[in-house]
Design a protein around this ligand. Structure first.
Ligand code: TXA
Ligand code: MG
Length: 304
């Protein structure tokens, strides 16, 4: 894949929005770091973020929206979340709030969780892209897995050149570190990640805040799960892949991008099924398969 680096202007935003609506990812500056953005309502587009980053595991991603009104359509904002959003958005604050059931967010973007991390970024390039694409954008930092976060277009090019179609060059980012993350999911506010906005400032706006906070950041089904199952027992819901159809398939074509996009939906379906256990057909370890298998192994690990 050829990577174009284009200066932030109207023509570049129009091209970037076209790529986003076609299910591709685009690197775009925010006021914190450059993000690798994809349509958060399109599971395969979000899977391509992981493909490009070579990230070996799925985590919940921050979903970016143009304003608080758009955020309220996706997440449930209590009094404290409203106060923080009103004070700090647009800006380098991410709020983790309960996900609305009607929200059309792909489950891979939240890694299957019933909560969502939302942020209204201040950078004009990210704002312009959000408005031009008209979709919420999932965006982790635009670097290959294990590399440091990019604050210039050239950092992104070095890390992801050949793996993404477009990098929007908006110059160096202002903050240089990722957003502060606060969970407002009921009970006291919890600081999940320190960042440009200090806890003291947050506490004076939102009241009590626990730091560091604890919040389960991974969804796992409640039932025992067996991996590499080439057949299933009667009490097992069988998750298929490729030629092994199962009760529900990750991808009948053996397509790993589709499988990644469907993973959390299918796990939820298995959890809700009548069978008391879950079996999963073998998934190859190549490409996105590594991240899929990582998540399946964690789901299969005994829990206390
Ligand atoms: O500054 C930033 O926040 C950058 C720019 C691009 O906006 N984005 C960024 O995104 O750092 P990301 O996706 O790499 O951050 C993801 C982190 C996860 O590791 C997790 O800690 C937290 O956000 N997170 C997101 N959703 C969550 C949720 N539902 N529950 C708990 N933690 C969540
Ligand atoms: Mg990062």
């Amino acid at each position: 894949m050829q990577t174009h680096v284009l200066k932030f202007d109207d023509a570049t935003i129009a091209e970037a929005a076209g790529l986003i609506l076609a299910g591709q990812c685009v690197a775009v500056p925010t006021e914190t770091v450059y993000g690798l953005a994809a349509d958060a309502t399109n599971g395969e587009a979000v899977a391509r973020i992981y493909e490009a980053k070579g990230r070996p595991s799925f985590n919940p991603l921050i979903v970016h929206v143009p304003d608080l009104a758009a955020a309220r359509e996706i997440g449930e904002f209590g009094e404290e979340a409203e106060a923080l959003a009103t004070r700090y958005w647009p800006g380098p604050l991410t709020l983790v709030v309960p996900l609305r059931e009607a929200a059309q967010i792909a489950s891979i973007a939240t890694a299957g969780l019933p909560t969502i991390g939302l942020r209204v970024p201040a950078h004009p390039a990210m704002q312009a892209l959000l408005r031009a694409a008209g979709r919420p954008l999932a965006a982790p930092s635009a670097n290959a897995s294990g590399a440091i976060s990019p604050t210039r277009a050239k950092h992104v090019l070095k890390s992801l050149g050949g793996r993404v179609p477009l990098i929007i060059d908006g110059g160096p980012t202002e903050r240089g570190i990722e957003s502060t993350i606060v969970a407002a999911t009921g009970g006291p506010l919890r600081l999940l990640r320190a960042g440009p906005i200090q806890v003291d400032a947050l506490a004076s706006e939102g009241g009590k805040i626990e730091a560091p906070g604890q919040l389960a950041s991974h969804y796992a089904p409640s039932k025992p799960l067996r991996l590499n199952a080439s057949s299933a027992e009667p009490d097992e819901f069988w998750i298929g892949f490729g030629d092994l159809a199962g009760d529900a398939t990750l991808s009948a074509d053996g397509d790993l991008t589709e499988a990644a996009a469907r993973l959390f939906d299918v796990l939820h379906q298995a959890d809700d099924a009548a069978q008391s256990r879950i079996a999963v057909a073998p998934v190859p370890e190549t490409g996105l398969g590594a991240a899929i298998n990582d998540r399946l192994r964690r789901a299969a690990a005994p829990r206390s």
